[in-house]
Design a protein around this ligand. Structure first.
Ligand code: AMP
Length: 218
């Protein structure tokens, strides 16, 4: 199953994709994680993209396309993949068409105020990349990853002023991409944010169950 997951930053894309992937037996490929790893490694590529990544601006298409083509050629993508954060521009979508077919697009719709609330309380593990939330998904021990014991931190681009810039960038880029996939006849599964009766976010596993049901029904 070759899936692209769309949603604004903070829509739960990464959280849902990382839980969905093992259940479907395919890798979760987060472009943001791959690019941040490059920056961390201090490679030439990492140095050339670090200012884009830390300010929330899109890394140039040709750089991202090269990185993703390499990742998609790896063996674990044989049964499919979940792409999270790619494609983000029409040029990237055209390039991806030359590399692989896409079976489904999952489109997450979440109001802006929910995004700002969620992201300004998001924490990420420095070591394994696991995602937590100070309010909705706290680690068992403050500041420590449940999975690997690594330290948790707030990403530079999860500060409110950068979040607003990332939402603006996303809105400008996503509309033509979704239209492109709809026109191309790819099944687009729309999910709308639904809090529980108390107005809180429902658990990620509940959302993932709903996504799997929708994929099976399509
Ligand atoms: P994310 O973790 O998906 O929010 O991505 C973090 C940052 O990585 C973005 O703000 C961009 O600077 C960069 N990035 C991730 N995916 C892409 C992409 N497909 N094209 C260009 N830049 C990207």
């Amino acid at each position: 199953m070759r899936i692209v997951i769309f949603g604004p930053p903070g829509s739960g894309k990464g959280t849902y994709a990382s839980r969905l992937a093992p259940r479907l037996g395919v890798p979760h490929i987060s472009t943001g994680d791959i690019l941040r790893d490059e920056v961390k490694s201090g490679s030439e590529l990492g140095k050339s993209i670090s200012s884009y990544v830390s300010s929330g601006k899109l890394v140039p298409d040709e750089v991202v396309n090269r990185v993703m083509e390499k990742r998609l050629s790896q063996e674990d993508c044989g049964r499919g993949f979940i792409l999270d954060g790619y494609p983000r521009t029409l040029q990237q979508a055209y390039f991806l068409e030359g590399v692989s077919k896409i079976d489904f697009v999952i489109n997450l719709n979440v109001p802006d105020e929910v995004i700002v609330r969620r992201l300004s309380s998001r924490l990420v593990c420095r070591k394994c990349g696991a995602i937590y939330n100070k309010i909705t998904l706290p680690p068992k021990v403050d500041g420590v990853c449940d999975k690997c014991g690594g330290g948790l931190y707030q990403r530079d681009d999860d500060k409110p002023e950068v979040i607003r810039e990332r939402i603006r960038v996303y809105k400008n880029e996503a509309a033509p991409l979704l239209e492109h996939y709809r026109k191309a006849g790819v099944t687009v599964i729309d999910f709308f944010y639904e809090p529980d009766e108390a107005g809180r976010d429902v658990s990620p596993d509940t959302v993932v169950d709903r996504i799997i049901k929708a994929l099976k029904g399509s």
